[in-house]
Design a binder for this molecule. Sequence first.
Ligand code: PEP
Ligand code: MN
Length: 339
Amino acid sequence: MIVVMKPGATKQQVQHVIDLVREYGLKDHVIHGTDRTVVACIGDKRMVDKGAIENAPMVERIVPILAPYKMASTEVKRTRTEVAIGPKQFPIGGRRVGVVAGPCAVESREQLLRTADAVAAAGAVGLRGGAYKPRTSPYSFQGLREEGLKILREARERTGLAIVTEAIGLEEIAPVAEAADVVQIGARNMQHYPLLEAAGGCGKPVLLKRGPSAKLEEWLLAAEYVINAGNTQVILCERGIRTFEEYVRFTLPLSAVPELRERTHLPVLVDPSHGTGHAHLVPAMCRAAIAAGADGLLLEVHPDPEHALSDGAQSLTPAALTEMMSTLKRIANAVGREM
Ligand code: PEP
Ligand code: MN
C-alpha cells in the first residue's frame, strides 16, 4: 500500500508514518515527489491497522498497490526514473535518448579501443562489451574476464564513455561493479534471484535484460528483486523473445516499450542486435524503437564483424552506426526527444 502525505507535510510527520509502518513489520520506501511525499509500504499487510496510519497527522489517504511488482510500478512512482551513468552522468530515462554501443565481447585491447573511439565519435554515451561471456556452447570464446575489465577501464579513461558490462554469476558482481559504470544482468540470468539480489547491493546502476521466455510481469518482478535489495537504479532492456519464427534470431516485440512506459517508471532500452540477429535489420529496428518511446539503444558494433569472436552477424560496423545516427536524431526530435 501507499501512504500519500498531504502537500506540506514536514519531515517529522513523514518520519512518524515511517515509524508506524515499521512497527507493523513493513518495509518503507519514501518517494519525494514534486508536490507531495508518499511512503510505499511493502510486506504482509494483514496485521496493519490502516485506520491508525490514516489518522496520523498530514496523511491524506492510503491506496493499495495492485501490481504484483510494487516499487517498479507507476502506481508507486509516477515520475520517470532517470539513471545517471558514467563519468559524464548521462541521464537514461530523461528527454535525451542514449546510445550504448560496442562489441559483443572484449576481444583485445586494440579491438576495444578502436571501437570505443568510433562509437564515441558517432555520439554514443556508453560503451558495451562483455568481459565475461555467457555462451551457449562451452567451446565458444568465454571472454577475457579480468583482463577484459582492465581494457574497459582504459576505454573509459580514454573516451569518457559509460562502461556497461555483464556479471554472469555471483562471483563476478564485485569485480564488474568495481570496474564498470553499469552492471548488466543478461537475458539468461533474468530469473537468477540471488544474482538479482546481489546486483541490488552492488552500488552501481543495473541493466536488466529481458529473459527470452519471460513475460513482462516476470521481468518487472525481476526488477523488483533488484530494487527491493536496495538499488533503485535499474534500466530495463528489451532484447527479443523466442518464438517459432526463424528469419530472425529472436523476435523483437517493440510493443513492450509503450506497455512498459505505462506500467513502470524505469527507463527502457532496446537491443535490436540480439533482437534480430542480423545487422541489416538493426537500423530499421533502431528507428522503430525510438519512435515507440525507447529511452535508448544497446547496440553491437565491431570494427571487423566478419572476424568477430561472437555475434559478428548482428554487429554493425562503426561506419554503419555513424550513418544511422543522423536519422535516429531526426526520429527522436519527431517524438519530442533529443539525441
Ligand atoms: C549481451 O548483451 O552481451 C548478451 C549476452 O545479451 P543477452 O543477455 O540479451 O543474450
Ligand atoms: Mn552478443
